[in-house]
Design a protein around this ligand. Structure first.
Ligand SMILES: Nc1nc2c(c(=O)[nH]1)N[C@H]1C(S)=C(S)[C@@H](COP(=O)(O)OP(=O)(O)OC[C@H]3O[C@@H](n4cnc5c(=O)[nH]c(N)nc54)[C@H](O)[C@@H]3O)O[C@H]1N2
Ligand SMILES: Nc1nc2c(c(=O)[nH]1)N[C@H]1C(S)=C(S)[C@@H](COP(=O)(O)OP(=O)(O)OC[C@H]3O[C@@H](n4cnc5c(=O)[nH]c(N)nc54)[C@H](O)[C@@H]3O)O[C@H]1N2
Ligand code: SF4
Ligand SMILES: [Mo]
Length: 687
């Protein structure tokens, strides 16, 4: 039997058909407009059954019995485990205030309804501390879009005549987007790629700009200067629909291509050609990605990229970058019921906390500050849901120390991860195939599709929604969590859209709410304080931030440890995200491990030659924070003087944990983003 659902093995949320025999998941196939033979392959989906039925799956709730050597886990019932957790919640509330408990969410269980449920539980319990990891993922980019034109746009790739892919590697991270890119290219679109690595897309590109990592802001400003000084911008749009053109023009003058190209590893003519190609091809869109994230300048450099969209009038145009029309849904987070006098541990990032109605708090590092430095007050108890912070958070040695320092930690996961092994209670969650769920990615733009449970829950695992609802009821929140099934909760949340689970089940390919409208600003303006697209932001100025983007020399150096470059002369690029894996996940799934048994450090042939390094030599990489080892792969995909390090291997052994090297000391003042994507380091051959 075939069943429709959405895959959530990574955040790409691909619609799929699941092949089920005798209630077991046998195989799964991604839906696509591309014929089966030519569809881009996803190894994770191919391994779905191996993941779901892995013998390593957690089967029952576990409680740690303390003893010599840290204790050991024993199985317990759901009832006992949830009672224990509820007792702890109440105890910490009585002793230290409700805010001493926090809930940390990772990306896996989706940026969707489970985020709402956790927020609802915590807000009603009285703690403002439900924290996401958006400061290192796309939310830090989203606020930059929002401050420029009111919302995060999406690129209409298939209809574009020119596409800039800016720090995004869709070939390995998002097959649907990759197929759209191929389609556009086959239909004549020009492709510009901005990436310090010669990824597959760079090979296909008309122009590839091998930017110096962390310096995208200067490039964007340089392109802005080129477009303005050659009058290649959309005059009518700029006059009627933007504010701050003159200050932007003035600011961009500092980044003339002839002056700055060298310092960002580029040729001035290439910058000029790219600016001209983008500005003169209509419509054009920009696909921005995680290459802009985890950078100290994430906010301003993304804002500068957003301004390119504005200058060229590609905003909200068909084939350009479109302002989404969200599906109307209830905000069920109950934030307004939080006691007014409690501040969140993320209080130093007020703009980031408030820019979006339901995103909430994503300044992830604040959790660690609160535990270790008791700033602004101590966090005593933590629930970690679908995250593996001991591996995935910046400066993981510090993170591990913090997790060990907690009085009580609960982890909700499918596997016994590095993080789960530090917990007091571990709750077994189901995979995406074992639960029905409202998927936020599919509410973003006039479209709803249901993620459907297609198989029974494995062993005694529970879906995240059920864990949260039952725990809430143990905390006395029966009235506020009245739903016995997830269907009831989804129906409640979708009421404003007039859509029910029943309707969604009848339309497994999703329900579209109205057609995509373009140039909506002509009727409604932009959702910014001025109602226009803001090259200059008074709101930022009032909060003490630069009203137009500023880079290098004007700000701190974007690369970690740059002040110690004499001792650490190599530029480390954090994270080759490879197709078989999602972050720290699936590292023990045999069919995936066979495809890629270990991580590599890519090193340029000139550097390898100088240091007498050959393929498969074991390298030690060191920063002031720590050291790791991995095998070398001599490759000219990277720029001389830089290395690219495989991501996610810390789950196997801390010896391979990239975040042992990264620094959480310097952070973006708006989004709390560390400068962990690019850092100075040194390498040596392990004898
Ligand atoms: N296979 C797989 N797929 C995934 C994930 C996964 O772990 N594995 N994770 C999911 C998640 S949570 C996310 S957020 C997305 C992220 O997906 P992407 O946005 O594609 O993120 P990355 O592959 O980390 O980085 C994109 C590109 O940025 C480049 N880059 C590095 N530094 C810089 C820089 O300074 N400037 C520029 N311009 N580019 C730079 C990298 O070389 C890389 O090619 O992928 C999702 N999909
Ligand atoms: N050095 C470095 N650090 C990074 C990144 C990088 O590229 N380099 N990427 C950053 C980015 S973009 C992100 S999004 C974060 C990701 O950070 P995390 O979210 O911590 O990443 P994962 O390793 O995917 O951990 C997800 C965990 O959730 C579990 N899980 C999977 N599905 C479910 C489910 O349905 N329910 C529950 N309860 N659990 C589930 C998995 O088993 C896994 O242990 O890492 C960030 N950190
Ligand atoms: S890219 Fe692969 S793993 Fe990620 S959601 Fe799509 S099918 Fe699933
Ligand atoms: Mo992410």
């Amino acid at each position: 039997m075939e069943k429709d659902t959405i895959c959530r093995l990574c955040s790409s949320c691909c619609p799929i058909k699941a092949g089920i025999i005798d209630n077991r998941l046998i195989e799964a196939e991604r839906k696509s407009f591309v014929s089966k033979e030519r569809r881009h392959f996803c190894p994770k989906l191919k391994a779905a059954a191996d993941i779901v039925y892995s013998p390593d799956r957690l089967k029952r709730p576990l409680v740690k019995k303390k003893g010599n050597g840290g204790g050991h886990f024993v199985e317990t019932s759901w009832d006992e485990a949830l009672d224990l957790i509820a007792d702890k919640f109440n105890w910490f509330k009585k002793e230290h205030g409700a805010e001493s408990a926090a809930w940390l969410r990772g990306m896996a269980a989706d940026w969707g309804a489970p985020w709402d449920y956790a927020n609802r539980l915590m807000n009603l319990f009285g703690s403002p501390n439900t924290i996401g990891n958006g400061s290192v993922c796309h939310v830090a980019r989203e606020i930059a879009h929002s401050f420029t034109y009111g919302a995060m746009t999406f690129p209409e790739i298939k209809k574009a005549k020119c596409i800039i892919v800016w720090g995004k590697n869709d070939m390995d991270t998002n097959p649907q987007a990759y197929e759209n890119l191929l389609y556009a290219k086959q239909h004549g679109a020009k492709l510009i790629v901005v990436d310090p690595v010669r990824i597959g897309l760079a090979e296909m590109a008309d122009i590839w700009m091998q930017i110096k990592p962390g310096h995208d802001g200067m490039l964007a400003m340089s392109m802005i200067h080129e477009i303005i000084s050659n009058k290649l911008y959309d005059d009518d749009f700029v006059n009627e629909w933007t504010v701050g053109f003159d200050p932007l023009k003035e600011a961009a003058r500092k980044y003339k291509a002839d002056k700055i190209a060298d310092s960002i590893w580029l040729d001035p003519d290439v910058i000029k050609n790219a600016a001209r190609l983008y500005a003169t091809s209509k419509p054009a869109c920009i696909v921005d990605g995680n290459g802009l994230d985890m950078q100290l300048n994430v906010f301003d450099q993304t804002r500068a990229v957003c301004m390119l969209r504005g200058l060229t009038g590609n905003i909200d145009k068909s084939g350009g970058d479109v302002i989404p029309q969200p599906v109307p849904a209830k905000n069920i987070q109950c934030k307004d019921l939080l006691p007014r006098d409690v501040k969140s541990i993320t209080c130093d990032y007020p703009l980031f906390n408030e820019f979006h109605a339901t995103w909430g708090r994503h300044a992830q590092s604040c959790i660690i500050d609160a535990i270790l430095d008791k700033k602004p007050y101590p966090i005593k108890m933590l629930v970690v849901q679908s995250a593996n912070p001991a591996v995935t958070m910046t400066d993981s040695n510090r993170v591990t120390r913090a997790l060990e320092n907690l009085d009580f930690m609960v982890v909700i996961d499918l596997f016994m991860t590095k993080t789960a092994s530090l917990a007091d209670v571990v709750l077994p969650a189901t995979s995406s195939f074992e639960k029905t769920q409202l998927n936020r990615a599919f509410l973003r733009n006039n479209f709803v599709m249901l993620q459907e449970q297609v198989i029974e829950c494995v062993a005694d695992s529970w879906p995240d929604w059920k864990i949260t609802f039952e725990l809430a009821r143990k905390l006395g929140l029966k009235k506020e969590f009245p739903w016995q099934t997830v269907e009831e909760a989804i129906d409640y949340q979708l009421e404003p859209a007039g859509i029910t689970v029943e309707m969604l089940r009848k339309t497994p390919d999703g329900i579209r709410i109205g057609e995509t409208e373009y140039e909506k600003y002509k009727n409604r303006g932009f959702a910014t304080p001025s109602g226009k697209l803001e090259f200059y932001s008074k709101r930022l100025e009032q909060h003490g931030h630069a009203p137009v983007p500023l880079f290098e020399n004007d700000a701190e150096h974007p690369i970690s440890f740059y002040d110690r470059k004499d001792e650490f002369p190599i530029l480390g690029i954090n994270g080759a995200r490879s197709n078989p894996y999602t972050h720290s996940q699936f590292r023990k799934i045999p069919s995936l491990v066979k495809q890629e048994p270990e991580g590599f450090i890519d090193i340029h042939p000139d550097d390898a030659h100088e240091k007498e390094i050959a393929d498969n030599d074991r390298l030690c990489v060191e920063t002031p924070k720590g050291r790791i080892t991995m095998k070398a792969r001599v490759s000219d995909v990277i720029h001389q003087g830089s290395i690219r390090i495989g991501w996610g291997w810390g789950e196997i052994d801390s010896e391979y944990s990239l975040n042992n090297l990264t620094d959480d000391g310097k952070r973006n003042t708006i989004t709390c983003t560390p400068s962990s994507r690019s850092f100075m380091c040194r390498i040596a051959k392990v004898k």
